[in-house]
Write a protein that binds this ligand. Structure first.
Ligand code: KG4
Ligand code: ZN
Length: 394
């Protein structure tokens, strides 16, 4: 089966095409035909963060050109172009009335390209920035109406889980890891920080979440305080590594918010504010000081994440630990989480590879495949829409 993945929840316009193996096979297997991630980071850099309507505009302008590249690179078979009937034209116009730019691009594209061999479209329905999500959802619906291909709405956070549970066996080939339940998922991104108990495939209970900033958001805000560009996570990480390499450390320590609280919630806004006060007090920050602050901030964030995850894994007898989301691209946090399976007997760690940690559409296609494999296909409801606050529990 060939699945098209579409992801537009934030500032990445991403599309992927995968080919799945027969579900009856012993080990479910996927080949990546091609996947593209077009980041808008350069555009949002000017504003120091992501503006939903700018993200929407960019997705609308870029989806069709990225789709063209995807079809060409994946060498997928396409039928001959046919001229659109008036009824189809009207249907597309209805779906895309709020996306004139996308509609225009799609009409041009249809002059030269016919129906590709795609069996299912998987699209992120939420959570994320609603204006941005709608562009992907409407694109999926338009392609579905045009080519009569079913659409499966996917939860973005489930996508991050899917990215972690497929292992790259060889180049572009991924096999499903033999996950044991109960599993614990730590999801850390720019919009989320959650600990989720996964009692079986697609059965979620949120044990705790951040009460204010997400951990990725804290990385981005601390980067801004230190005068570093957006997105701040990778920038902080580079500085922290430099401090570690030369043994640089702050004399003062930053707080480890809620590390001792006996729930599974997090809070990162106080940690960011502590960095702000520290920066104000020092006034002129040298490069070395910035590196030391970045290191201490990273240490503080990692300690809190690891400590809460450890406690949840022990309390709920987790056999698998799944970690996903953009922040798991952080080398230090990855290494610290890798200590948990060594400490806790019977716990296996599954984490997304570096390239699939930040947002992409391959994870959305993989999540759809998991839904099909475990007979948990979401209703193919043509009326679904973008849901900015979608939770794994809903
Ligand atoms: O999952 P993601 O791509 O988008 C959301 O769903 O939010 O995560 C983006 C977040 C950003 O806050 C970014 O700064 C952070 O992940 N991030 C990192 C690193 N790479 C990306 N944070 C820390 N260290 C990194 N190397
Ligand atoms: Zn994400």
């Amino acid at each position: 089966m060939i699945i098209l993945g579409i992801e537009t929840s934030c500032d990445e316009t991403a599309l992927a095409l995968i080919e799945t193996s027969d579900a009856k096979e012993h080990k479910p297997k996927v080949s990546t035909l091609h996947h593209v991630v077009l980041s808008q980071a350069k555009i949002h850099k000017e504003y120091g963060g992501v503006f939903p309507n700018v993200a929407k505009r960019e997705h609308a302008a870029n989806l069709v050109p990225v789709f063209k590249v995807l079809l060409e690179e994946s060498k997928i078979k396409t039928a001959k172009p046919v001229s659109l009937s008036k009824a189809m034209w009207e249907q597309l116009e209805t779906i895309l009335k709020r996306e004139p730019k996308l509609f225009e691009g799609l009409l041009d594209f249809l002059d030269t390209t016919g129906k590709p061999h795609i069996d299912l479209i998987a699209v992120t329905e939420g959570p994320g920035l609603e204006p941005a999500l709608w562009v992907g959802v409407n694109f999926a619906k338009a392609l579905s109406a045009l080519w009569e291909i079913p659409v499966m709405p996917i939860n973005h956070m489930e996508g991050h889980i899917a990215a972690a549970v497929f292992e790259e066996a060889e180049k572009n080939i991924r096999t499903l890891s033999p996950l044991a339940f109960p599993a614990l998922a730590l999801l850390i991104s720019g919009g989320h920080t959650e600990l989720v108990l996964v009692s079986d495939w697609h059965s979620y209970k949120i044990l705790g979440r951040t009460r204010d900033d997400a951990v990725g958001e804290a990385f981005d805000k601390v980067a801004r305080i230190l005068g570093l560009p957006y997105p701040g996570g990778p920038e902080i990480s580079k500085l922290a590594d430099k401090a570690r390499a030369r043994g640089g450390k702050l004399l003062a320590t930053l707080p480890r918010p809620m590390i001792k609280s006996d729930d599974f919630d997090f809070s990162f806004s106080g940690l960011k504010t502590a960095v702000l006060y520290m920066a104000k007090e020092i006034k002129v920050l040298t490069d070395e000081m910035k590196e030391n602050i970045a290191r201490e901030f990273e240490d503080a964030a990692a300690e809190v994440l690891v400590s809460k995850t450890r406690r949840a894994a022990i309390k709920f007898g987790a056999k698998s630990l799944i970690v996903g989301g953009g922040v798991i691209a952080n080398k230090h946090i990855r290494q610290e989480l890798e200590t948990l399976p060594k400490e806790i007997e019977g716990l296996t760690l599954y984490k997304s590879s570096m390239d699939l940690s930040t947002d992409n559409a391959l994870m959305i296609a993989l999540a759809a495949y998991l839904r099909l494999l475990f007979k948990n296909d979401k209703a193919f409801d043509k009326n679904f829409g973008a849901r900015g606050n979608l939770s794994l529990e809903s």
